[in-house]
Design a protein around this ligand. Structure first.
Ligand code: FAD
Length: 454
């Protein structure tokens, strides 16, 4: 067993771990090690080239942000290896490709359905205005409260049930919190009478790496860390985190390696951390088993022939297993050989209940053909990647568990961070913002403990 000392040990080399290490280096802290369980860093940001078809194995990832500064920083990481797009995204509904977001794509529906949707939105609006609508208490009620019955039942409820694999009245309002924008009434009316409207804008323009798939982002970050003197160790699954008995240090251990450090950034999934964190949390560690996630299969298909020019498509209906398909060859031409198309279909599962790979692939391929995205005879490669935790579930236990656990960890010098370490639905831009803030907090923490000791 080898022991090494670092000021900060980061558990997990996904975007959260890599970016917090970057900000720590920028603040002058050089003694940082990142421990990654997998054989390479990146977490969900991984890409694989299979016979010239480049798949983002963690699902469709685009770079966007409401915050121009963060977006600029993200693109700067790519050193010019970047391509800019205006979103061309659809919802596949009753055999039509309806413009996304649905409430702004009403003009793609037949007149009867436009009427139903508009009527629903107006009824809901009037009910809110006159105080007749009851305040929503969960996600299901919120959908109807904001969008009305028709858009709820045609699109939002079936789509969300499909992705969350959970009854929507079990999802708390914490989840909504500003994430799903309320549709401006004027836009919905315009869309219903057949005018063009764009809907919410923050994701209208996005960018993506020109070469190498979304993993290019993680690779750039990892390179930056190595050049600036941080240590990044792969194939090192952390098995325990505990306070040392002899001094004020924290010991982070994997099978053949222990790091002694002043503080830890913890990005490993909390729902699977009972054993790892038990030495710190004691009997409270069992609470972590109550956290629920949705797992995901990403089925990549490379095929010859043309596909529509869309970036990604949502599938609310149950006739196909996937809820979303990304056409990655439209994100960057480098993602496919000339004349080929690269698709990834995302299929979610409750907890760890994914069926065998062959079954998922067969159902996905049949589904893709049935909606006209490819012909089976043109398929050249198929590959599937499983993710045990892709979406954290905002159920009624989440908030209680986190409010018990997170303060205990922080008190012990262990900073929970990232999508699965802090159990929050975070996109990449939010991860970067939080990483920057956390790096500053860690420096203060270290300065404070240093003063405390002298
Ligand atoms: C399907 C899907 C689509 C998405 N699309 C977008 C998008 O379009 N735009 C966007 O901005 N964001 C998107 N996101 C969100 C984005 O993926 C995340 O914000 C980001 O990747 C989270 O990074 P992370 O480091 O927190 O987690 P992860 O990427 O999961 O990284 C955690 C790392 O920790 C490692 N690890 C775990 N346990 C241990 C252990 N015990 N010891 C050592 N290492 C360990 C893992 O191997 C992994 O590498 C999407 C997410 C999903 C699931």
């Amino acid at each position: 067993m080898v022991d090494e000392y670092f000021k900060v040990c980061v558990v997990g080399g996904g975007l959260a771990g890599l970016s917090v290490a970057k900000y720590l280096l920028e603040l002058g802290l050089k003694s940082v090690i990142v421990l990654e369980a997998g054989e390479r860093v990146g977490g969900l940001l991984k890409s694989e080239d299979v016979s010239g078809y480049v798949f983002d194995t963690g699902g469709s990832h685009i770079m966007f942000s409401k915050n121009p500064e963060v977006l600029a920083e993200m693109t700067a990481l790519l050193n010019g290896n970047v391509i800019y797009h205006r979103r061309n995204t659809k919802i596949y509904y009753k055999g039509r490709f309806v413009k996304y977001p649905f409430e702004n794509g009403l003009k793609d529906l037949p007149p009867e359905e436009r009427y139903e949707c508009l009527k629903g939105v107006l009824d809901a609006y009037i009910a809110r205005l006159t105080g007749r609508a009851r305040e929503p208490r969960n996600f299901l009620e919120w959908i109807k409260y904001v969008f009305g019955e028709a858009i709820a039942s045609k699109y939002l409820i079936p789509y969300n049930k499909k992705i969350w694999k959970t009854s929507l009245d079990k999802i708390s309002l914490d989840w909504v919190g500003g994430r799903v924008p309320n549709p401006p009434l004027d836009d919905v009316i315009k869309a219903a009478v057949g005018l063009d409207v764009e809907g919410y804008k923050h994701q209208l323009n996005f960018c993506y790496p020109r070469e190498g798939g979304i993993e290019a982002l993680a690779r750039s970050l990892a390179r930056l860390l190595r050049v600036n003197g941080a240590v990044v160790r792969v194939n090192t699954p952390v098995t325990s985190v505990e306070r040392s008995l002899h001094n004020d240090l924290i010991e982070v251990s994997s099978e053949e390696f222990t790091v002694k450090c002043e503080c830890v950034v913890y990005t490993s999934p909390l729902n699977r951390s009972h054993k790892i964190l038990e030495p710190v949390l004691h009997e409270k560690a069992a609470l972590l088993n109550e956290l629920r996630s949705v797992s995901l299969a990403v089925v990549g298909v490379g095929a010859r022939g043309l596909t529509p020019p869309y970036h990604w498509i949502y599938f609310p209906e149950t006739n196909v297993p996937f809820h979303r398909v990304g056409i990655l060859s439209n994100y960057s031409p480098a993602n496919a050989p000339v004349g080929g198309a690269t698709l990834i279909a995302e299929v979610s599962f409750k907890e760890d209940s994914a069926p065998p790979k062959t079954q998922v692939e067969r159902e996905v391929l049949e589904g893709l053909e049935s909606v006209g995205l490819l012909r089976l005879s043109n398929v050249e490669v198929t590959e599937t990647w499983f993710w045990r935790d892709a979406y954290v579930l905002y159920d009624d236990r989440r908030r209680n568990v986190l409010s018990e656990i997170l303060p205990l960890l922080r008190k012990a010098g262990i900073f929970p961070h990232g999508r699965f370490g802090s159990w929050e639905y975070l996109n990449m831009d939010a991860v970067l913002l939080k990483s920057r803030k956390l790096a500053g907090d860690i420096i203060s923490h270290l300065n404070h403990s240093a003063r405390h000791h002298h």
